[in-house]
Design a protein around this ligand. Structure first.
Ligand code: IVH
Length: 681
């Protein structure tokens, strides 16, 4: 009798574990949770209680063995006081020379001027922002999308390297200290079968719902910068790093100040050689102009500071064999060849696909199916084929013929001619963007729901594919008109999961203007450009009305938006089908206008234009100075212009036009005087 009971208990136990595994699969792989967190936790706790009660119960899949597995999505979202931006990348000397050249130009300094850089190892972890009020740690945020992070204070509090209170007395009243959360390689060894790499392990552990789970994995923190700060009396990055140490943070032992590109390269080589001995993953070096005054003058371009760059280490490589070359069609119609390779482990990640970039690349390297190739993987960049071992090529290997017709819709493809570079594009494209190329349409919808766009929980790529195949969706507006009754009856779905999907879709009917613009997937309008356009247009109506009276040209005033972007927007707005979808979306969605930032700058509401050469300051810096003080730059003389700033050898036509329109004409000195008159920053 007892044995029978035990069997029953065991059966129940294994059944519940199987159920949890199924829920895990839907949660992680399908991005489509079948049950809510509390239901999941109930079953999990039941399994754990059974294990406690009956010592004969054992399973390798027991939830008691899987710590740091289920990251929560339910953290409170909080705006960063100062955005957490990313860094531009440099891979070689040329990139560095360019980086320095741009800085010297912007600052109007001599070409041979030497600049000091704070040189710091770039730890491959997860960045976090720690807010200290009067020296006490009050709130910690993850990076999130850079604008808005997640409140992970309690989890961060479990990290021993993060001081609860700052040492000393000379810290600002308010400061957010930023740095990297990471795990040492030695500790990662123990977690190897749960996470692909140390970075994932750190991220997974940090985003546990229960901070006790975070505590189980030994996380470290190294500080390297700050975001917001109330009065900070420090003039260089190297001095700031010293202060961080004094306040009780760990900083990197390999930080140093170096001047000149040649010396940067030498140091890069030396550190790269030592890389294996560093206790944690470092994927490059970060160079920051050391002088805070210069940093302030340089400011930020679209997504990254002008004063810093990441100099990457060379990537991990492995040798494998190409099984097949597939042509994928992307949302912009680009035909991308992808090599399906025999799976190989590259730096801890199993790789089975490698991009071959484009048609030209295949021809240049003469890459064929069956070839033995070296594949490289750098950080979070898609793995790519570096070279072919032609000695290993068999006689049967045929030259790869790149298709001239779109593999999805069969229409002609072209290589565009770039008027600026006077060269044909390396990428071949399907031009059938009229919503009747199946692949383009599907990829557009995937982009629409993706993380940085509408970010719809439970609507991952696989589900988009399956809904497309079932003809439930044909364009992005269909997402908001789904038949949930029908969905609940589909294989793998039920009433609860359909209701969950409906809930998460409805949640996203309210969206910010920049995210909306980005989600449309217009070529050349990525996240940064979408943000710039949104900031400039402010109200969604201005976006919808862009094509009326050809408002496109006004966008040319935005630093970062040029002819390429404008032409792409024109193209989008002249496409009948995009207009239909756009109209639908306009009806369904509530698009939130850009927050009217209480821009309090002295030049608020004034517009400026330059003509002629300025003295001692570059045009770019003058522009950024005006924008920092809430002024606006426009690029032609019209009634909208308030001030024409005249430098050396101005264009007479512009000056005369301005005179005719009674526009105020000022010189550089007068402009600076205007800015300084009430500047209290
Ligand atoms: S400075 C705007 N310094 O690299 C300044 N970043 O792509 C940006 N990182 O998100 C940060 N070590 O996660 C800076 N010494 C260091 C760094 C570092 C690692 C990471 C950080 C950031 C990413 C930039």
């Amino acid at each position: 009798m007892k044995e029978k009971d035990n069997l029953k208990i065991k059966e129940d136990y294994l059944k519940k574990i199987k159920l949890l595994k199924k829920y895990d699969k839907y949660y992680y792989s399908n991005n489509n949770p079948l049950v809510d967190d509390s239901t999941y936790d109930k079953i999990k706790n039941y399994v754990l209680s059974l294990e406690k009660k009956y010592s004969f119960l054992k399973s390798n899949d027991s939830p008691s063995l899987s710590i740091g597995f289920k990251p929560s999505k339910n953290f409170k979202k909080v705006d960063h006081k100062v955005p957490m931006l990313s860094l531009g990348n440099a891979f070689n000397k040329e990139d560095l020379i360019n980086f320095e050249k741009k800085i010297l130009n912007f600052l109007n300094l001599k070409k041979n001027q030497k600049l000091d850089y704070s040189t710091e190892p770039k730890i491959d972890g997860i960045s976090a922002s720690l807010f200290y009020k009067k020296g006490v740690f009050t709130q910690g945020l993850s990076r999130g999308d850079g604008i808005q992070g997640e409140d992970i204070t309690e989890n961060l509090k479990t990290i021993k390297d993060i001081p609860q209170t700052l040492k000393g007395r000379d810290f600002p009243d308010e400061i957010d200290i930023r740095g990297e959360v990471f795990i040492n390689n030695i500790d990662f060894e123990k977690l190897k079968n749960k996470f692909a790499n140390p970075r994932n392990a750190a991220s997974g552990s940090l985003r546990q719902k229960d901070p006790k789970e975070t505590k189980k994995i030994p996380l470290n923190f190294i500080a390297y910068t700050f975001g917001y700060s109330k009065k900070l009396n420090i003039s260089t990055q190297s001095e700031f790093l010293k202060k961080l140490k004094y306040w009780g943070f760990k900083t990197n032992k390999l930080n140093k100040v170096i001047s000149g590109v040649e010396n940067l390269i030498d140091n890069h080589r030396i550190i790269e050689e030592q890389r294996k001995e560093i206790e944690f993953d470092v994927d490059g070096l970060v160079y920051k102009v050391n002088d805070f005054n210069l940093q302030k003058r340089l400011g930020f371009a679209a997504s990254a500071p002008r004063w810093a760059i990441a100099h990457k280490f060379s990537a991990n490589k492995s040798v494998s064999e190409i099984l097949k070359i597939e042509i994928q069609v992307g949302r912009t119609g680009a035909l991308t060849p992808v090599a399906k390779i025999k799976p190989v482990n590259i730096g801890g990640v199993l790789v089975s696909n490698a991009t071959l970039h484009n048609e030209d690349e295949i021809n240049r390297k003469d890459i064929r199916e069956g070839d033995t190739v070296t594949v490289e993987r750098a950080g979070d960049v898609i793995p790519h084929v570096v070279s072919v071992d032609k000695k290993k090529r068999t006689k049967e290997a045929k030259k790869f013929i790149f298709p001239k017709l779109c593999p999805s819709c069969g229409s002609e493809t072209i290589k565009e001619f770039n008027k600026i570079t006077k060269k044909f594009d390396a990428v071949r494209r399907c031009r059938n963007d009229n919503f009747d190329c199946e692949r383009i349409s599907i990829e557009k919808i995937k982009h629409f729901v993706s993380k940085d766009a509408f970010n719809i929980d439970g609507l991952g790529k696989k589900i988009v594919e399956s809904f497309w195949n079932l003809k439930l969706i044909r364009n992005s507006s269909d997402i908001f008109k789904l038949d949930y009754e029908k969905i609940s009856k589909l294989d793998g779905w039920g009433k609860l999961s359909a209701a969950n999907l409906e809930y998460s879709i409805n949640l996203k009917k309210k969206i910010s203007l920049d995210k909306f613009i980005y989600s449309l997937g217009i070529r050349h309008i990525g996240q940064e450009n979408a943000r710039l356009i949104s900031k400039n247009l402010k109200h969604p109506d201005n976006f919808f009305n862009l094509s009326d009276k050809n408002h496109f040209v006004d966008l040319l005033n935005i630093d970062g938006i040029g002819d390429t972007q404008i032409n792409s927007l024109k193209n989008f707005f002249s496409n009948k089908n995009s207009i239909v979808v756009l109209k639908e979306l306009r009806k369904i969605l509530k698009i939130i206008p850009e927050k009217q930032k209480s821009s309090s700058g002295i030049l608020k509401d004034f517009t400026f234009m330059f003509t002629g050469k300025l003295e001692g300051i570059s045009r770019a810096e003058a522009k950024s100075l005006i924008e920092k003080n809430s002024g606006k730059i426009i690029s032609n003389v019209s009634k909208k212009l308030n001030f024409l700033v005249v430098g050396e050898k101005p264009t007479n036509r512009k000056v005369n036009e301005a005179k005719n329109l009674n526009i105020k004409i000022i010189n550089q000195k007068e402009l600076i005087a205007m800015i300084n008159s009430k500047d209290d920053s």
